[in-house]
Design a protein around this ligand. Structure first.
Ligand code: CAA
Length: 240
């Protein structure tokens, strides 16, 4: 029986590419989504990958969602915490709700999904968790105190949980994408985005499949000696 992977936010954008890359690796994939029913339906029809709806920021919904995936497909050995939102704005204009929603979904989602799956991975002695961070969690970004804080938190979360999983065959890693050609980045005002792209050494936005290949490696059997690491895939925009 093939291993089961959950990709949160797995029916669109970077998540869709990750779902496909893990399917190609031979895993049985469950793609979680939060709201866009139409896109999720089209995704399942196109790929044959089952889609499951729940809010990753809701702790109980994650426990229930993982139970539902387990019943349908089997125990979950791989989790890719990809779901995330932006609520950009300078601090002076950012509401508490803008702060809280980004923390609840982007960072809280990692906790909720790891909490729901880590025990089973430990019992079975094998697991892969990949958290999607961001260049903006590494370097900060004007107008994103909420998003940068949540993504930076993801990088710390990854290193802490990696230490807890290591003895049980569970690797925990992060990928820090730069600016990728997705709906999220398309929402950045054109004039601002133009200035950002001008600072990317390779001279273009990244493509979702370029992130997905990195995730696939970290989730593979061959990735077993890589844990607690962050793989930056950003066209050279931030090197350190
Ligand atoms: N550094 C310094 N100053 C900046 C700046 C920057 N990076 N960006 C904008 N400013 C300045 C502007 O020049 C402007 O100055 P003046 O008033 O003197 O002209 C001032 O700040 C206000 O800028 P805006 O007119 O843009 O302000 P706004 O309130 O309309 O919008 C904003 C602010 C929402 C933050 C907007 O600038 C924006 O959307 N920025 C892009 C943020 C971004 O990169 N988000 C990434 C989303 S994708 C993602 O997050 C995925 C990922 O992981 C990479």
């Amino acid at each position: 029986m093939s291993r089961v992977a959950i990709v949160t936010g797995g029916t669109r954008g970077i998540g869709e590419a990750i779902s496909l890359a893990l399917q190609e690796l031979g895993y049985t994939v469950a793609a979680n989504y939060a709201g866009n029913e139409e896109k999720a339906k089209a995704f399942t029809e196109k790929t044959g990958i089952a889609a499951f709806k729940w809010d990753v920021g809701d702790h109980q919904a994650c426990l229930d969602g993982v139970a539902q995936v387990t019943d349908a497909l089997g125990p979950v050995d791989i989790v890719v915490n990809n779901a995330g939102i932006t609520r950009d704005g300078v601090l002076a204009k950012m509401s508490f709700d803008d702060w809280n929603e980004v923390m609840r979904i982007n960072l809280g989602g990692c906790f909720n999904m790891s909490k729901a799956t880590f025990g089973g991975m430990r019992e079975r002695g094998w697991g892969r968790i990949v958290n999607i961070g961001s260049i903006n969690g590494q370097a900060g970004q004007y107008g994103q105190v909420n998003y940068a804080a949540a993504k930076s938190g993801i990088h710390g979360f990854t290193k802490a949980l990696a230490q807890e999983g290591a003895k049980s065959g569970i690797t925990v890693n992060a990928i820090a994408p730069g600016y990728i050609d997705t709906d999220m980045v398309a929402a950045v005002p054109a004039a601002v985005l133009e200035k950002i792209v001008a600072k990317i050494p390779v001279g273009r936005l990244g493509q979702a499949h370029e992130i997905a290949r990195g995730v696939a490696f970290l989730c593979s059997e061959d990735g077993g000696f890589v844990t607690g690491s962050t793989l930056s895939i950003n066209g050279g925009q931030h090197m350190y």
